[in-house]
Design a protein around this ligand. Structure first.
Ligand code: TXA
Ligand code: MG
Length: 330
């Protein structure tokens, strides 16, 4: 793997050009976005996209997001560009929002897992935008982790998870937001929230009106409405439990095992042998920014069990709540 370290605010054009060329050649390039690191490949080259699935061990029914530099490039990937897409794109792109639209014929079937719809996003990170502008192609990029494992928020995480499965790693330091984009399906009569994120359902509703939640989906390997939403997902190696604030100290007291991780938010948990305590921030933005890094750290330290203090039931926390629920699902 070739690792190129770049200034996240003003990436070196030579490094960007090299990574862009690698993408055009069908190679795998991991790069930072404002949410998490992506594992990128030429989005219109079926063989290149197939290499993403191989590198991640990703099931074939889970489609990938196509990243582009601007709305004009996004439109070319969609068979139909509804009014709602125009309004959302104008308001929230570049940014942590993925729109699912009817796919144009140029999009290879493997990128959409055979679905008639394609996920599209314009990321807000300067490195991602520079790379997309230089490559001049749509870049297919799921999060740069092995399938079902934790998403990477630093180049270190990518290197550890994927190593030489990646051809080029653009190291732009830590990502700013820290959890994946909000995914909104615009192919039906009403928009459907496929994956919550830091951009909340309420914020999107201000622009497009009422948004539905997905109906229960079928099990098995058949293509699904929200195919990536495997219940167990974004999970650390440790077994994770979300505990109400009032019960946290008691759960910590009862916890056994060689090494237990604790992520308190409001409760004070004192140091003790066998405990690794990482104090989490009080705001949803900072919490999201810290979450995967904290879980990666507990995994690294060898924690077999992690107790997480529950987060508020408010809308601004919906993205974080979703990731904690998935990480704790067995
Ligand atoms: O923030 C992000 O979205 C990051 C960065 C790298 O952009 N990417 C990311 O990709 O999280 P991934 O593959 O880990 O998650 C993409 C999600 C999955 O839940 C997938 O099922 C959904 O988007 N998705 C993509 N294309 C879709 C489609 N055509 N129909 C329905 N869901 C789709
Ligand atoms: Mg992912």
């Amino acid at each position: 793997m070739r690792r190129l370290t770049v200034d996240p605010a003003a990436p070196d054009p030579a490094a960007i050009a090299e990574a862009a060329l690698a993408l055009r050649d069908g190679l795998l390039v991991a790069f930072p976005t404002e949410t998490v690191y992506g594992l990128g490949a030429h989005g219109l080259d079926a063989r290149a996209v197939e290499r993403i699935y191989e590198a991640k061990g990703r099931p074939a029914y889970n489609p990938v997001i196509l990243h582009v530099a601007d709305v004009r490039a996004a439109r070319m990937l969609a068979a139909h560009w509804p009014e709602a897409a125009e309004r959302l794109a104008t308001r929230y792109w570049p940014g942590p929002l993925t729109l699912v639209l009817r796919r144009a014929d140029i999009v290879p079937a493997i990128a959409t897992a055979g679905l008639d719809a394609v996920g599209i996003r314009v990321p807000a990170h300067p490195v991602a935008l520079a790379l997309l502008a230089a490559a001049q192609i749509p870049v297919a990029a799921p999060s740069a982790n092995r399938s079902t494992e934790l998403s990477p928020t630093s180049a270190e995480h990518v290197a550890r998870a994927l190593g030489d499965r990646v051809d080029v790693l653009l190291d732009g330091g830590e990502t700013t937001l820290g959890i994946e984009s909000t995914v909104l399906d615009l192919t039906g009569e009403r928009p459907v929230l496929l994956r919550p994120g830091l951009l909340t359902r309420e914020e999107l509703e201000l622009v497009v009106g009422p948004i539905d939640l997905p109906a229960q989906q079928a099990e098995g390997d058949a293509p699904r409405r929200a195919p990536g939403q495997l219940e167990r997902h974004y999970a650390p190696r440790a077994e994770l439990a979300v505990v109400p604030s009032a019960e946290l100290l008691e759960s910590v007291g009862r916890a056994t095992g060689p090494l237990v991780g604790v992520l308190p938010r409001t409760v004070h948990v004192g140091p003790r042998d066998g405990l690794v305590v990482i104090r989490m921030p009080a705001s949803p933005r900072l919490y999201a920014h810290r979450l995967y890094a904290a879980l990666h750290e507990l995994d690294e330290q060898g924690c077999r069990r992690v107790l997480v203090e529950a987060v508020p039931a408010e809308a601004t926390w919906e993205g974080v709540r979703d990731r904690l629920a998935r990480a704790s699902h067995r």
